[in-house]
Design a protein around this ligand. Sequence first.
Ligand code: SAM
Length: 303
Amino acid sequence: MAQWEVPAFLREKIKEQYGEELAARILQGYKGERPVTLRVNALKTDAATVEQELEQAQIGYQRVSWSNEALILNDVREQEVRRLASYEKGEIYLQGLSSMLPPLVLSPTAGESVLDMAAAPGGKTTQIAALSGNMASITACERNQIRAERLRYNIEKQGASRVCVMVTDSRRLDDFFSFDKILLDAPCSGSGTLEVCRRSSKNHLDKESLRRFSKVQGELLLKALKLLKPGHEMVYSTCSVLTEENEQVVKRALAKTDAVIIPVDTGSFAGVTLLPVSLDGVMCVCPDSLYEGFFVAKIKRQQ
Ligand code: SAM
């Protein structure tokens, strides 16, 4: 018997949103035994050096067309990768492919101030640091004290030197702050990932928990749009495939503000299978044997 099961509530939700045929594909996608993937930390090394180390350790790998830093490893378990010197030294970060997409869409550059509103354990914070060559000044917020410790550890290990960690609920950040770019990788049901199927019955996904996620996501997004400088862009992402946590949250925020969608250039992510969306310009990745389900929207504040 499988060690996990897609919760009945989620199965029905997915069927309702996507129809029988696509739902079957999404549910099949959960079953994909995804290989270990990593991001080369460009702050400390480069892909060629990491590839050499993998070859020496006889670990096969494949490159990814949309990033020089992303590698898919063949037939290896995470524990073995954790034993590599490059892992010890923070030259690589174990990160799912879909999880690398939001920082790429955000596209931070040197000199910018960037807020990461839900930052732990720090995969995307450190990716933002790397993408800017450690030249963006990053504020990483995390509400959970223990997870914030993990965030600090990863920031240090990855050599992200211009990150300030704030242990706070991002909804309470002072409106006095303003940022050039914001990433809101929101807390969510995890319905794009297998994790949602592994949770204990205590934390199971149901109508009420989905409503709560959606509410918090909406509050965080409105806060983000307050803290974003006028004329600037942010990214809203979740590892969920449910419209209640994705398009509906974004649509509500757009209705309450003057913000607009900036279409994600999905053409630049070859090999990523997309799900239909109910809002033009946003992107939802279909879970499959390489990718977890993920939603990404780029939003611009006008005034
Ligand atoms: N961006 C992270 C990464 O790439 O490593 C993953 C973020 S995870 C989806 C969401 C995180 O947001 C969790 O660590 C959770 O504790 C935190 N969180 C939840 N609600 C929050 C809030 N209101 N303010 C700040 N952080 C929050």
